[in-house]
Design a protein around this ligand. Structure first.
Ligand code: ZN
Length: 125
């Protein structure tokens, strides 16, 4: 966060919920994904993301991996703005999600989990 605690995108008060859910910049990214965006209207903090399950992934570990990947890359988008003055596109964020899930699939112990992560990476391509 900036010393003044203001969001680098919209100048609202910055916090976790703002960064990952309610910031207009983040909403734009969520809306760019092929999910039922109406699910997100009931999400007001990060924990609720796991319950809302916007990717409709029934497996909890897989859901956590995909959500973590998305949140990680939203954070990287914010850092690109704060530290390099770069405005990333939704396509750039999606591409990093794709790359990360492919990379993480190499660390899976089971081939079924690896296949599932590769399948999820395609969602972001
Ligand atoms: Zn904001």
């Amino acid at each position: 966060m900036r010393p003044d605690d203001l969001c680098p995108f919209c100048s609202e008060q910055e916090g976790c919920s703002h960064l990952f859910i309610s910031c207009p910049r983040t909403k734009s990214f969520w809306a760019s994904l092929s999910i039922d965006f109406s699910v997100m209207t009931h999400v007001h903090d990060i924990e609720q993301l796991w319950i809302a399950n916007p990717f409709l992934e029934p497996n909890q570990r897989m859901r956590t991996t995909v959500l973590t990947c998305v949140l990680w890359n939203i954070c990287k988008c914010r850092n690109a703005k704060v530290f390099r003055g770069e405005d990333e596109t939704n396509a750039q964020i999606s591409r990093r999600c794709y790359d990360d899930l492919r990379l993480w699939s190499h660390r899976c112990f089971s081939s079924s989990a690896k296949d599932k992560l590769i399948e999820w990476s395609s969602f972001f391509s």
